[in-house]
Design a protein around this ligand. Sequence first.
Ligand SMILES: Cc1cc2nc3c(=O)[nH]c(=O)nc-3n(C[C@H](O)[C@H](O)[C@H](O)COP(=O)(O)OP(=O)(O)OC[C@H]3O[C@@H](n4cnc5c(N)ncnc54)[C@H](O)[C@@H]3O)c2cc1C
Ligand SMILES: NC(=O)c1ccc[n+]([C@@H]2O[C@H](COP(=O)([O-])OP(=O)(O)OC[C@H]3O[C@@H](n4cnc5c(N)ncnc54)[C@H](O)[C@@H]3O)[C@@H](O)[C@H]2O)c1
Length: 445
Amino acid sequence: MSTNTYDYDVLYLGSGHGTFDGAIPLAAQGVKVAVVESGLVGGTCPNRGCNAKITLEAPAALANQVSEMQGLVNPALTLNWQNTVAHKHEVIDALPEFIADLMKDNGIALIKGRGHFIDSHTIIVNGEKISAEKFVIATGMHPHQLDLPGRQIVNNSNAFMNLKKLPKRIAIIGAGYIGMEFASIASAFGSQVTVIMRANKALRRFHQPFVEKIITKLNHTGVTFIKNANINSFSDDFGNKAIHYNDTEKIEADWILDATGRIPNTTSLGLEEIGVDYDKDGIIVNDYLQTTIPHIYASGDVIKKKQPKLTPTAIFESLYLMKTFTGATKQPIVYPAIPSTVFTTPRIARVGITPEEAAEDENLTVSANNILDNWYRNVEKEAFGENKLVYTKSHQLVGATEISNHAEDVINTLLPAIELKLTPEQVGRIIHIFPTIGSAAWENL
Ligand SMILES: Cc1cc2nc3c(=O)[nH]c(=O)nc-3n(C[C@H](O)[C@H](O)[C@H](O)COP(=O)(O)OP(=O)(O)OC[C@H]3O[C@@H](n4cnc5c(N)ncnc54)[C@H](O)[C@@H]3O)c2cc1C
Ligand SMILES: NC(=O)c1ccc[n+]([C@@H]2O[C@H](COP(=O)([O-])OP(=O)(O)OC[C@H]3O[C@@H](n4cnc5c(N)ncnc54)[C@H](O)[C@@H]3O)[C@@H](O)[C@H]2O)c1
């Protein structure tokens, strides 16, 4: 692939999972690769997304488990926010250097700075022109901010995960992934949390009867949900902050989080000048992840797509591009079933066809199971445990969703049955270590 015409064979803009999982093995095969990164190496997931969030969530999950096992273990736990944030730093602070070293050790030129196209084969970084035969735009997303009077007092998810002291009263705008996960964490650590919703549905992509159970659980731990709120403005009266909504109402708080979604990083890249098309949902690509300029590709959250914008999706795309660039595949990208979890306590996880979609298709059946009936789930005295499994007429599993403390692990174990389209006979060939969540999950397939 190497060419003398350009400085690099492939140049990636951004160093998150949409880049490095594929760029490292690509460079290891002798392809001349550069990665340009304007912020922390590794991007959102390790530094201010998944890894950071799950470290803050772990004590909340443990406290929930201990409270469910009261009587067997005593007394209830108290959680320490300051130490947990410090521990988060111990867990994640070394990751940018670790990922940077992996890149450099495999021959990638890591360039710190913000990249901007000046023509379709050249970007400018820190005033220097760099050319490449191919580009991958993997610039991710940034938090959306409500553009309303007083917005300067409102914070985003990055700020939440760096709070040195947990505010007594937190108001969260939005009941999507971030709103619900952070409400669950903050409330477990002792904050009085109010979630303000634009309409009346939380976590729209998830099975609503399970979502309602999460809301009920959060209500019990002191979280208040305000539905159908049209926010007008924000105010700060000597530290007593307020969200004003529906013209006459207000909710007071010490700290306000805007969790109203994330916006693709498409501006200031020079895309209009060179003719790469995008809209508010991201960069438009074809089935080969090519943009409107065929030698410029896109990967990860910045792509406009119907698949969930998650780390496993970004990893799959960066690996697909690696195979495309080495010639290992000439096929279009075919996404597998992409699982996702909301890391509240308990969790909701899902993959494949939803019970709602199945209800519209006469060839599919839904089996609803109270999994607390399974003796193994009673070991930890789990309070919530239901799943819904979607089958074809030949009893092949095509979708699953679960609410429980271990929902993410259950859905992970079911993935091969769905993605590899296992028949009942093949399912019967698989045995699991007993007693484990895997064996409990497959018992009734
Ligand atoms: C709070 C939070 C929690 C999350 N939790 C989960 C989870 O539990 N599970 C899950 O699967 N997903 C989770 N996600 C989503 C996950 O983090 C993203 O899907 C994933 O990080 C996308 O990777 P990416 O490479 O596309 O983008 P990013 O990781 O955002 O990387 C893009 C990089 O591009 C850089 N960049 C932007 N513009 C330029 C430029 N012009 N020049 C150079 N560099 C540039 C940015 O600095 C950034 O480092 C979470 C996200 C958030 C915000
Ligand atoms: N567990 C995970 O995998 C995980 C966790 C966190 C984030 N993420 C990723 O990050 C992305 C962003 O998360 P998010 O929670 O910010 O987005 P989201 O799209 O999941 O939720 C945004 C919420 O804000 C609400 N909203 C939008 N505009 C509003 C307005 N004007 N007023 C009030 N409410 C409004 C929406 O109705 C929705 O409930 C997710 O889509 C996902 O890709 C994933």
